[in-house]
Ligand binder design. Structure first.
Ligand code: COI
Length: 433
């Protein structure tokens, strides 16, 4: 074949390889190798101009710590057939137990000019220096978003721009390098396209995307790391929490523990907000509750529940059905699901929507007056989880969430899932393939 035509063919294969998962899996090792060699040959024939001029260890003048990595620089190395994992059955998925065949990695080295070229590689363990700041001072952050396989077989992401924004806020707080969220979305899209057969063919499962940014500089100073690594891994998941047989959870409110405090990082998705919740959550489990209701301050204000935002539905002073959640006062994660719920329900005429301080006394009073109708938690992992009981100071507060004929939580959940799985077209859902 003339060299030009073969170059065009190889380029087409390279750009469309994500559509050929089945073909790739079925193809012989020989055929696979040929493809790889062709791609390498193509790269050799036409190296990117900036790279050609620079030895690899030299700083790249076009990339500074303030300027992002670029999707256009993305390099893809596909897993060989023998590296492809067996896909688990949907019933076995659980949450975050299985991982796909590829991952995204983007290194940052200040002395090399900042962000390096993004790479998609076969899924592999990381090698990390034992003194890396991420391991000692939790100089790290993570995100959680999902790819949904719609009824039309198209794959959608849900408001990924909001996750990117939140990542950059958390990066800033921990001295980690910031980046252009649109570029990361493009890299993640490519990763999901490559591993698209891992997006479950089911409306009760999804592909959870976990972008993570860690400080890798191996020194003990508590200062902004000179080196960092952003990676994204993918995990096919089903339900996050185990619920009671009615689908609801019981939560435990202990006023003596807090998840976050004013001026802290309760509003940032950093690992240090989650690890220290384990002891209390285990204690709650021993008492028969699935999650912890996080209170704050002398008035015992509700902040979050488990790793979710908290919502109440009650009959307000005007006799209206009111959906309420605490305001973003620095203690609360600005959840993507939280924001979507507020925006969607604001368009409904039969529900009043408010962000307001909610104290335990208020919950108890509303419940005593028979005005508390529902409570639920909301987050990317769970979507929406109804709450039917609060364990509080040796007593149980029964919340009648599961006794409602047309509960608000179910209507919201149905609306979100309809958008996410493509039953309705909506600007929140971005089709990626
Ligand atoms: C989410 O629902 O968005 C979460 O982050 C949950 C995760 C910490 C397991």
């Amino acid at each position: 074949m003339p060299i030009r035509r073969s170059k065009i063919l190889v380029k087409w294969i390279y750009e469309n390889q994500h559509k050929m998962q089945t073909l790739r899996r079925c193809s012989s090792t020989l055929r696979y190798k040929e493809l790889e060699e062709n791609v390498q040959a193509l790269e050799h024939l036409a190296p990117p101009a900036t790279e050609a001029a620079l030895p690899t260890h030299q700083p790249r003048p076009d990339i500074t710590p303030d300027v992002s990595f670029k999707y256009d620089d993305l390099k893809v190395a596909l897993a060989a057939p023998y590296q492809l994992q067996r896909k688990p059955e949907a019933v076995d998925l659980g949450f975050g137990k299985y991982f796909t065949d590829h991952m995204l990695k983007i290194h940052y080295h200040r002395e090399l000019g900042g962000w390096q070229k993004p790479e998609i590689t076969p899924f592999e363990n990381l090698t990390i220096h034992p003194a890396a700041k991420a391991l000692h001072y939790a100089v790290q952050l993570f995100e959680g978003l999902k790819a949904y396989r719609g009824v039309d077989d198209k794959i959608r992401l849900f408001r990924p721009d909001l996750n990117m924004h939140r990542m950059n806020l958390a990066a800033k707080r921990s001295g980690l390098p910031m980046f252009d969220g649109d570029e990361l979305i493009k890299c993640i899209k490519r990763l999901v396209q490559i591993d698209q057969e891992w997006v479950p063919h089911s409306e009760t499962s999804t592909l959870y995307i976990r972008p993570t940014l860690i400080g890798t500089e191996p020194t003990f100073g508590i200062v902004a790391p000179e080196s960092a690594m952003l990676f994204a891994i993918l995990s096919p998941v089903s339900a996050y929490y185990k619920t009671n047989s009615d689908g609801a959870v019981s939560i435990y409110a202990d006023p003596s523990v807090v998840r976050a405090f004013p001026g802290g990082v309760g509003n940032r998705k950093v690992g240090s907000n989650y690890g220290p919740t384990i002891e209390v959550t285990s204690h709650a489990a021993k008492l028969g509750h699935q999650q912890v209701l996080w209170l704050f301050g002398p008035n015992q204000e509700l902040t979050e529940v488990g790793a979710m935002n908290i919502f109440l539905v009650y009959i307000n002073e005007n006799g209206e059905k009111q959906l309420s959640t605490p305001p973003l006062n620095g203690l609360i994660l600005p959840g993507v699901t939280r924001r979507s719920i507020l925006e969607l329900a604001s368009q409904w005429e039969d529900v009043t929507v408010r962000e307001e301080v909610i104290t335990m006394d208020r919950v108890i009073q509303l419940n005593k007056q028979g005005r508390l109708v529902e409570m639920f938690g909301a987050g990317t992992a769970v979507v929406i989880t109804p709450i039917s009981n609060i364990g509080y100071k040796e007593t149980n507060i029964n919340v009648p969430t599961m006794e409602q004929e047309h509960p608000v939580y179910q209507r919201l959940k149905d609306t979100l899932l309809a958008i996410q799985y493509g039953h309705i077209e909506h600007p929140y859902a971005k089709i990626i393939t």
